[in-house]
Each structure stands twice: as structure tokens, then as C-alpha cells.
Design a protein around this ligand. Structure first.
Ligand code: ZN
Ligand code: FE
Length: 257
């Protein structure tokens, strides 16, 4: 069996459906659209065996039924939320799943914030975090509170620094623009901006990132940075006594940026 490859399949405007493959079988994460996945499998002669779902939004789940029709017997992993009817194996925090065809294991981390049902898959090959953590950004709080999201992001940043981070959207340049407003003196961020821009000029993904890189450049993970705190307080117009309050202010600022 050849070694594992993780490739982005582009969908919609800016979604990535991550495909994990050994050259014969594959798993996909958050297939919001079946068509590009079916095309990719056909072109590369791949048998889809597993689907991983992070949360209920249709741009992450919309393709599941058609993929199950095309590959009967595929296992669909996902959160407890009964609204996602296509899930065949519901998982919860602390569970471990094994994708036997690919020889991969993932630990499930519940990360409420963007939605209440949101989960992430953490394995030795990387972290699949859906719309919770983006490069230089984080998901909007559609269902959860700032405190929930802050705790969820803390759980992701407790993973090893070299953990690869596979997010579902190419939002990096817009996120970097905001991050620069929050932390104009962050040299690592400025350096990252140059790299990300050159990737996008060539229409290459800016992902995966790593946990270590995100801790250095992502304002949503940097509530303990003096500059982030100062700027978040300026935006809020008051002293923010806790990192949770700093995070909440940065999130509100981004929503209005
Ligand atoms: Zn979403
Ligand atoms: Fe999304």
C-alpha cells in the first residue's frame, strides 16, 4: 500500500473537501458537494470508504447522500446532532475512530462555537477542524458563545505545534488583513502575509497550516499577547480583564470589519 496523501478538492467558492488517500481507497471530510468528489474519485480510480462530517451546515454535508448512493457501504462519521440524518456512526468527545482501509485513527474533540454540534478530528496525519479554526481566523459564532469558542480553540492549540491544520475554507487573505489590523507589529504575521499572497497569486491553497504557525499569527489564539489585548480594549472601549473577554472583543471586531 502506498503512503497517505491528503489533497484538497475544491468546491463552491472557497471550500476545500480534504481527500485522504492511499492511491486505492479514500476518505473525504465535509463533502458539501458530491460532484467534485465523484469526479476526483473517478479520475484517480479511488474507492470512497469513509466520510467525516464536522458540523451540520449544508456546505459541509450537502454531498453526503449522493456519495453514499455512489459508494454503498461507505461509513459516515459525524456529531450527535440528529438533524444530520446521513450519519451512520455518531461520535462524541473522547471517542477514537479507526479508518481501517487507510490505517488511520482520529480522536474526536467537541468544539462548540461556530455551531453547537461542531466536532474536530485529530490524528497523527493532522487536524480536521471544519469551520472552527481557520488560518489567521476562526469561525463565526452562529450558535455558541464566545466563551465556548474560546475553550474549543484552546483544546485545539493544546495539540502539538507540528500538527497539520486542515480547515474547510480558503479565507486566509481576508483573515490576514484583519489580523494585521489587530497586530500590526507581529513580524511572523507580516512574513506569513507575504507567503500567503504568493500562494494565492498562483491559485495554490494556503493550507494546511500548523498549530505552531497559528499560535504565532492568529489573533483569535493570541488573547494573551499585549498588543492583541490593547487593540481589543481599544475596540471595546473598556478594560478587558480576561483572555475570554479579549477573544470576545476580537470576534465582535471581526464581525464588523
Ligand atoms: Zn459552517
Ligand atoms: Fe463552512
Amino acid at each position: 500500500m502506498s503512503s497517505l496523501k491528503i489533497r484538497p478538492i475544491k468546491a463552491f467558492e472557497d471550500n476545500y473537501i480534504w481527500c485522504l488517500t492511499n492511491g486505492e481507497t479514500c476518505a473525504v471530510v465535509d463533502p458539501g458537494d458530491a460532484k467534485p468528489v465523484l469526479k476526483y474519485c473517478k479520475r484517480n480510480n479511488l474507492q470512497l470508504t469513509d466520510i467525516l462530517i464536522t458540523h451540520h451546515h449544508s456546505d459541509h454535508t450537502g454531498g453526503v447522500n449522493d456519495l453514499v448512493d455512489a459508494f454503498p457501504g461507505v461509513t459516515v462519521y459525524g456529531p450527535q446532532n440528529p438533524a444530520i440524518q446521513s450519519i451512520t456512526q455518531r461520535v462524541k468527545d473522547g471517542d477514537n475512530i479507526k479508518l481501517s482501509a487507510l490505517g488511520l485513527e482520529f480522536a474526536i474533540i467537541e468544539v462548540p462555537g461556530h455551531t453547537l454540534d461542531h466536532i474536530a478530528y485529530a490524528g497523527s496525519c493532522g487536524l480536521f477542524c471544519g469551520d472552527t479554526l481557520f488560518s489567521a481566523g476562526c469561525g463565526r459564532l452562529f450558535e455558541g458563545t464566545p466563551n465556548q469558542m474560546y475553550q474549543s480553540l484552546n483544546r485545539l492549540t493544546s495539540l502539538p505545534d507540528d500538527t497539520k491544520v486542515y480547515c474547510t475554507h480558503e479565507y486566509t487573505l481576508a483573515n490576514v488583513k484583519f489580523a494585521r489590523a489587530v497586530e500590526p507589529n507581529n513580524a511572523a504575521l507580516l512574513n506569513y502575509k507575504g507567503w500567503a499572497e504568493s500562494q494565492r497569486v498562483d491559485l495554490k491553497p494556503t493550507l494546511p497550516s500548523t498549530i505552531g504557525e497559528q499560535k504565532a499569527i492568529n489573533p483569535f489564539l493570541r488573547a494573551n499577547s499585549a498588543e492583541v489585548k490593547h487593540q481589543a480594549e481599544h475596540y471595546a472601549g473598556k478594560i478587558l480583564p480576561t483572555p475570554e473577554a479579549v477573544f470576545a472583543s476580537v470576534r465582535a471586531w471581526k464581525d464588523n470589519f
